[in-house]
Design a protein around this ligand. Structure first.
Ligand code: PMP
Length: 427
């Protein structure tokens, strides 16, 4: 081991200590030591453009958030069994961004825990067990939610109480047809579950369908599906881990983009700009019915440091008009991608809302997904110091999901790197 360079040594140590589960990005992984805004830097000061990380949505190491964390960590950090003002101040500010019907909030540490709790709450309220998700959904890694996360793959058995909807593939089905297509599939799935003696409890859905391949569709289409959920007596659970907190530019929440009032809203990732913090917001009658029967406590959740970080993050979102930036820069980004697509026919579709953009690559002659080429493109982008990734059931969709402080210069840099990468592999 001593003879290897530091990079290789750390790769071997990592494999031996952390095991195979800790997968790295890139055949030549990067090591980063510092971050600022939409950029991360390695130990030599090399500047990588970050078009991947949605957790640090107000930018890596935002000074207002860093200061709030440091100040609170130096003052007090404890659990939620004592009175503390910050959790109340933050909760009021956050609930003010929700429809008035959603008037309770409870904290967790990860998106997985929030979805796990949401399923338990929905089952308790409806008396049903069946939870419906989409074909390539990912909702987390607890025993319960992983069994409702088909994207994990064949090694993870799906729950017998899972109902599966197709991916809302607007590229294949058409933007104007997608609502009826999904509603029809939904009613059939509820009926199928009923025939198997499973009562429908709720639809758990990420309105931007990120792991399905990024299919935001036109604002408003999902409302029809939400109405169908209520007709069938179930709850609409909005998983806002990806589309929430300004990401789509068009609204603060993904569900709000569709004019939906969910019954339960789960959130996580960008909430505290990197500090572990997640939440489940619920209509009071639904949460009360759960709490009447089941106590809930989560040691680290809602602690003063997490709440200080979340509160500071929300303040930055408001003061810096993060949502407006996501919309403006997202639209500009899509425009530049469309210009690029004119000379690169392998780009089959460009779609997205705000700063969540998918670029689909299909063979221009056969229409086959170009999965291997997209993997190579991502490696090429890394060579050009731009961090981006892929998604979808064939992995042929480039996922663009940067911090929401991404600016025009960052877009230009991304486009230049993509153009160079496309040319390098002859696309
Ligand atoms: N829901 C969605 C839509 C997600 O993308 C993720 C994480 N990728 C989760 C839930 C789980 O969140 P966490 O990793 O914080 O448990």
């Amino acid at each position: 081991l001593d003879e290897l360079d530091e990079h290789k040594r750390s790769l071997i140590r990592r494999r031996e200590i952390l095991g195979k589960g800790y997968r790295l990005f890139y055949s030549d992984p990067i090591e980063v030591v510092r971050g600022k805004g939409s950029h991360v830097f390695d130990e030599h000061g090399v500047d990588y453009l970050d078009a991947y990380n949605n957790v640090v949505s107000v930018g890596h190491c935002h000074p207002h958030v860093v200061e709030a964390i440091a100040r609170q960590a130096a003052t007090l950090n404890t659990h939620t069994r004592y009175l503390h003002e910050t959790i109340l101040d933050y909760s009021e500010a956050l609930l003010a961004k929700m429809p008035p019907e959603i008037d309770r909030i409870t904290y967790q540490c990860t998106g997985s825990e929030a979805n796990d709790l949401a399923i338990r709450i929905a089952r308790n309220y409806t008396g049903g067990r069946g939870i419906i998700v989409t074909n390539e959904a990912y909702h987390g890694n607890t025993d319960l939610v992983s069994s409702f996360s088909p994207s994990i793959g064949e090694g993870q058995a799906l729950s017998l109480e899972a109902g599966i909807l197709p991916t809302p593939d607007t590229h294949a089905v058409g933007e104007d047809q997608i609502a009826d297509y999904m509603v029809d599939a939904f009613h059939k799935e509820v009926a199928r579950m009923r025939r198997h003696g499973i009562k429908f409890a709720g639809l758990l859905v990420d309105s931007i369908f990120s792991s399905d391949g990024i299919f935001p569709g036109k604002a408003g289409w999902l409302k029809k599906l939400a109405d169908a959920v209520h007709e069938e007596g179930g709850l609409y659970i909005a998983d806002e881990v990806q589309p929430g907190f300004c990401r789509t530019g068009e609204a603060f929440w993904g569900f709000a983009r569709h004019g939906i009032v969910p019954d339960i809203v789960t959130m996580g990732k960008p909430m505290a700009n990197g500090i572990a913090c997640s939440a489940t917001a619920v209509k009071h009658e639904i949460l009360d019915a759960f709490n009447d029967r089941i106590p809930y406590f989560n040691t680290f959740a809602g602690n003063p440091v997490a709440m200080a970080a979340a509160k500071a993050t929300l303040e930055v979102m408001d003061v810096e008009d993060i949502q407006g930036n996501a919309l403006r820069v997202g639209n500009l980004f899509k425009e530049r991608l469309r210009e690029l697509a004119q000379s690169h026919p392998a780009i089959a579709d460009i779609r997205g809302a705000g700063l969540y953009i998918g670029v689909e690559f299909d063979d221009p002659e056969t229409g086959e997904p170009m999965s291997a080429q997209v993997l190579e493109l991502i490696e090429q982008m890394r060579e050009r110091l731009v961090l981006t990734s892929n998604c979808g059931s064939y992995g042929n969709i480039i996922k663009i999901r940067p911090p929401l402080v991404f600016n025009e210069a960052d877009v230009n840099r991304y486009i230049e790197a993509l153009q160079g990468s496309l040319e390098a592999i002859g696309l």
